[in-house]
Design a protein around this ligand. Structure first.
Ligand SMILES: Cc1cc2nc3c(=O)[nH]c(=O)nc-3n(C[C@H](O)[C@H](O)[C@H](O)COP(=O)(O)OP(=O)(O)OC[C@H]3O[C@@H](n4cnc5c(N)ncnc54)[C@H](O)[C@@H]3O)c2cc1C
Length: 324
């Protein structure tokens, strides 16, 4: 039985791991991958102490920092569900990368109870978010064949092509600003009559010569053969259906928290974020959440890391109370 299981492998998990190691907890970090969104963040200029650093490099430094405490996160582990045992401890079921490839299902005991891959007195959930999909025809089919949800990662693949970003917030604006420097021409497809993002980004984008903004444009379909060749949208002012020839589509329409793994009685807000208090405690004793998966405002690396540290300190107090 572990003192603590940390689920996730990025900013919040790293801070949690460092604090847990320094307090000699018997713990593990398990995650699908290491780096999470930090690794795909592009240039980062707001991590204190480092004026400018590439996201991938910062995540490598996070990994090195953990290694310096002898911590090797178990990667390729996909947590399926956290179950609360009757004695208040936790049973965590997972799928490993190989099982996922084979499409195997979670195994159960004869009595229907799950077979635990990890058992722990406390669990910290730091699983972040994933991009929302458009749910339109062709989106699934052309995923990684011209449709991407990470412009920082895949944008350079579309050098000198005609591309489009779908979305109207900061992430869509940043994607479009980046693509303006890579693509021959770039469209911004915004379903609303205006952007929701920061004024500084809106001002910047309106000055870019190879960027065309299309407002009131509801995406209907992504078209292609082997790869994307275009998109269809409805002009919601005229109800007219229109088509654009594009070879790359960046979808930036929001994020969904990776919060399905928590027990069903854990409180979430309307966005599916895990509700925590200022001590990173959920409503279930011994279960904590931190970083982007939680309801903390402002999804930022420094905030996720701070909250990861808070979660461990709270977990230590909880364990100490159990042992009294
Ligand atoms: C393009 C972009 C640019 C950004 N730029 C900045 C910036 O300049 N400055 C800044 O402060 N912030 C920036 N951010 C935000 C920042 O990246 C996030 O706030 C931060 O990464 C959140 O960290 P986290 O630890 O909560 O989660 P994440 O970084 O999202 O990591 C979640 C981890 O959990 C793992 N995981 C998820 N589900 C499971 C599961 N079921 N089982 C096992 N593991 C799981 C994932 O594999 C991943 O390792 C940017 C984000 C994006 C997308």
């Amino acid at each position: 039985m572990l003192d603590l299981l940390i689920i996730g492998g990025s900013a919040a998990a790293t801070a949690a791991g460092i604090y847990a190691a320094r307090r000699n907890l018997n713990f593990k970090i398990v995650s699908k991958d290491f780096g999470g969104e930090v690794a795909t963040s592009g240039e980062i200029g707001n991590w204190p102490g480092i004026k400018k650093i590439d996201g991938l490099e910062l995540s490598n430094q996070f990994e090195d920092h953990l290694k310096s405490y002898g911590i090797e996160p178990e990667l390729g582990v996909w947590v399926e569900k956290i179950h609360k045992n009757n004695d208040g401890t936790f049973c965590v079921t997972t799928k490993k990368k190989e099982e996922l490839k084979r499409g195997e299902k979670m195994s159960e005991n004869g009595n229907g109870s799950p077979v635990c891959d990890y058992e722990a007195k406390t669990v910290i959930v730091v699983t972040g978010v994933h991009p929302k999909s458009l749910d339109v025809l062709g989106e699934k089919e052309f995923r990684r064949k011209g449709v991407t949800y990470c412009t920082t990662c895949d944008g350079p693949l579309f050098k000198d092509k005609i591309t489009a970003t779908i979305g109207g917030g900061n992430s869509a604006l940043e994607s479009s600003i980046m693509m303006a420097g890579i693509a021959k021409k770039h469209y911004v497809i915004n379903k609303n009559p205006q952007f929701k993002g920061d004024k500084v980004l809106i001002d910047k984008i309106s000055k870019l010569e190879n960027v065309e903004i299309i407002y009131n444009a509801l995406t209907l379909e992504i078209m292609g053969e082997q790869f994307v060749t275009g998109l269809k949208y409805k002009d919601t002012e005229t109800n007219e259906e229109k088509q654009l020839d594009v070879e790359g589509i960046m979808v930036h329409i929001g994020m969904v928290p990776n919060s399905d793994i928590v027990p069903n009685d854990v409180k979430k807000n309307e966005f599916g974020e895990i509700v925590v208090n200022t001590r990173a405690e959920t409503n279930v004793p011994g279960l904590y959440a931190a970083g982007d998966v939680s309801n903390i405002p402002f999804k930022q690396i420094v905030i996720a890391a701070g909250q990861g540290a808070t979660a461990v300190l709270s977990a230590i107090e909880y364990i100490n109370r159990l042992e009294k």
